[in-house]
Design a protein around this ligand. Sequence first.
Ligand code: DCP
Length: 696
Amino acid sequence: MPVAKPVSSDGRVIAHIDMDCFYVQVEQRRQPELRGLPTAVVQYNSWKGGGLIAVSYEARKHGVKRSMRGDEAKEVCPQIRLVQVPVARGKADLNSYREAGSEVVSILARAGRCERASIDEVYLDLTDAAETMLAETPPESLEVIDDEALKSHILGLKHEDGSDMKENVKEWLCRSDADHRDKLLACGVLIVADLRMQVLQETQFTCSAGISHNKMLSKLASAMNKPAQQTVVPCLSVQGLLESLPIKKMKQLGGKLGSSLQSELGVNFVGDLLRFSEQKLQEYYGINTGTWLWNIARGISGEEVEGRLLPKSHGSGKTFPGPRALKMLPSVQHWLNELCEELSERLHIDLDQNRRIARTLSLHASAYMSSDSDSHKKFPSKSCPLRYGTIKIQEDAMNLFQAGLREYLGPFKVKMQGNKKSGWGITGLSVSASKISDIPSGTSSIMKYFQGQDQLCSPSKLAKDKLELENPCSFSEDESNSTLNVIEHMKLPEEEATIKNESSDLVSTEYKTSRNSLEVPFYSAMPSLEKADFSQETPLSFSGRESHLEPKLTELRSKVSGEESTFESGRPASEQQVKRNSLRDKGTPSLLRFFRRVDPSCSLQNEVLTQSFDNTNICSSSENSISIHGDSLSEDLQGKEMWQYNVDEIDPSVIDELPLKIQEEVRAWLRPQKRQANSVRRSVGITDYFSRNKKL
Ligand code: DCP
């Protein structure tokens, strides 16, 4: 076996904290009489007693496993207490678990950079805290070491027969001759033990932890000794740990790649990878995967702790096992509506509370074909740009489902509509919203939305926008009618609005179908120049009279005229500049778009009431329309330019989609209108306002 390169460690101290049997603990806190009893939480669904989703450690001792259903659990452990998850909308309501997870996160985040990895898992970068402790109160200087820290498991630490384990640990923690990295880890041990105690005292929850120099090793370690314990991986123990770690236990190697490593290369343990050079691994699996494999064999992982306290995505799903499988489109529609309603609610809470927007809507389903019981074909996951608003999400999700179903049924000659006796059956449905990012700071008020937006409102820009509007959507795969519908009502003008195929087990990986797809969502129905954001990561705002807008306009023009095809690779320099600028000017899906999309012809006719806000004026024009202008704007547009829109055109549902603060402002302008309730036309969505052909 070749000699391994030394394990890389940059001296960081990373902890992975994982709650123990989390849902059970939440239920036990709610019902303290369950504490200490074999308990499991079951899904909402009475089939065979419901599926177990969390099992207490007392129940595990009796052989109860998460893969069991309630009835089986009772067979192996008759005294087990089964608690059903709370229910809302006919499905599991996980809010109490999410909130409990947030309680824990808020405690852990006190200690260092904190990444919420799942509902009950957190990564912490404790490097600074450990460095500070080492400088000020190193473990060796402490008279008493906390008992919880002394109970730590230190990988590779030998315990002589009869030796006191806690004494050994204390010795390890307090070694004055240890290498600096191990000294930092020792500090990490004390910090994490203390944090776990705080979590217990403040929430009544226990958790387990792994402490090492990187995320990968810490995650492995946290699972090694559960519940309510912590495990440390000193540098010198990394190789021993990986040598005996089954390849499938490693994150990301549980699936096809792990199987391939076993069958193609005979790699059964992570340490077996040391037999292969980096080049060889690259030949087999490509440059990136090859290098990644080479690194993990040595315990190297450079992944940063992200500093994110909020979830990366939102999802809502339900299973329909056995006879509950959905076999008709209307029942799928019913459940999708329920799921989308929940998703939409959570998106709005996220928007209101955290000022975050999601950009991608995905649909996943599991299905079977009754005419072909041997088929293992997977229902293809689909995604599209996310539009805010429950009805829109529901429509889009249904269209994604139909696109997926059409593809799924492809080889089978089965009717889409479904048939109760034979045909297809849906055993699981979920919708998720991902690509979530912050609305940039500085947009807390509607005023900020309008500052420096001048160039975008010039008549020439409006003309260009018009071109955008008229530019049809394109598709990157064969479109079904339903697919087309999704795109049509999204009205994503210049982009390749695409329903993306996703492998169900790689749901949240790349989303690079469309140059604008990530920019679409918040006001996706509002075709606007901002959509010409060529970056995939960041929405674009126009925060001033910036010269970089010009290349953007040029891009747009060329795109509209068909000169531009793909942005996937080889970006020209000007385009890269645009991207850089767009990143710099991280923008907001702004209400401004709402206003400035309106055809200039819809100016108001009646008297104008003016309210002043800082240097920007919002002019409410009595009954029919509102104009907005700013000083800076006026300058550039020879003092004439105003954004105007017709109050009659405001759909209350649009207002509901705005950030709360902005809602208040808009509602204030509209108040006089309400008295004229009959004159307010209710349309179905934002798109309706912006139809260029609409008669105003
Ligand atoms: N969960 C779920 N469905 C699954 C797996 C988990 O709903 N298939 C929920 C219930 C769990 C919670 O997520 O309590 C956290 O999952 P974990 O995998 O971390 O498992 P537990 O926390 O239940 O147990 P452990 O102590 O083994 O981590």
